[in-house]
Design a protein around this ligand. Sequence first.
Ligand code: NAP
Ligand code: F7E
Length: 325
Amino acid sequence: MPKALITGITGQDGSYLAEALLQKGYDVVGMVRRSSTVNYERIAHIQGSIEFVNGDLLDQVSLIDAIKIHEPDEIYNLAAQSFVQTSFGQPVLTGETTALSVTRMLDAIRIVNPQIRFYQASSSEMFGKVAEVPQTESTPFYPRSPYGVAKVYGHWITVNYRESYNLHASSGILFNHESPRRGLEFVTRKISYGAASIKLGLEEKLSLGNLDAKRDWGFAGDYVEAMWKMLQQEEPDDYVICSGMTHSVREFCDLAFSHLELNYEDHVVVDEQFFRPAEVDLLVGDYGKAKNVLSWEPSTSFKDLVTMMVEADLALLEGRLKGLA
Ligand code: NAP
Ligand code: F7E
């Protein structure tokens, strides 16, 4: 059985990837960092099938030990400080975690077993102030946040170790992908959760920032399949993974509230605190290379994604209310 080590297994993508790899017959090892409370909510349903190893991206020895002890065939590096807004307030932590830690992991692989196949979670935030539309693997980077800058470093060090040490290291340039397991601070989940709360009379208003920002949103469950496919190729490479469609935050609000027979204009208020010092106005990718080489295509439409998230949050909140009754 192949064995995969996933960093960031407690996060959104880690949970979907672990599910997918277990279904493919993998032994899955999840790296978790110490915290004062256990935060396995997203993987509670598969917890018994996963082996856990303690480690932190900030600690080189813990990465080396995790690889030595568990001897994975593949490593998926999904852990990061992943929230753009936080990266403005904590730029150095973001740089340590999201940028330099990629080198720590690559060095751990190089030292312990350079045959291990490596996946790096790169991001469409690297395109930032976009140089062309749509964005492809050859579009120049122009990041607009400390997070985006850190991801550019992570991306290039992956390319560099591939070229310098012949590692099977691939980088997935993933555009925004969402799900009912998305963190509550990201705009899609904030909207689906907020709209469901308003529908149930728990809240009246939802405060948001820039409603005109446009993103290429897809479903996380579709995107983790592309990560796996990259590591099954004979040659490592970089791939854009996206839906190829773009929608504004306003459109997301409109669909989410309409699904609950509400008008977003009656509830959404714009609050300056959610604006960013520098914004990424428009992202839309071209997944042509992934389609040709990996035979990968997204299978969830924007409308289906919004509906899935709103329905899930409605059910979640209704369940909580029943529990209280
Ligand atoms: P997420 O839900 O925020 O999960 C982040 C994960 O990283 C969590 O498991 C977190 O652990 C872990 N982590 C953070 N700091 C760590 C550290 N110092 N040591 C070890 N683990 C640490 O992120 P996601 O949405 O699943 O995204 C997965 C990856 O893809 C990230 O690298 C993100 O930057 C990248 N990405 C995401 C998107 C997207 O739209 N979702 C798009 C492009 C790229 P705790 O649970 O302990 O906090
Ligand atoms: O913001 C606008 C905000 O925080 C999307 C991460 O997974 O995807 C994600 O980064 C847009 C931005 O995601 C609010 O200004 C308006 O233009 O959901 P987000 P993000 O910054 O695109 C990329 C690909 C990653 O790699 C990252 O890890 O929505 N927006 N009002 C808001 N955003 C938030 N969070 N909250 C608001 O109230």
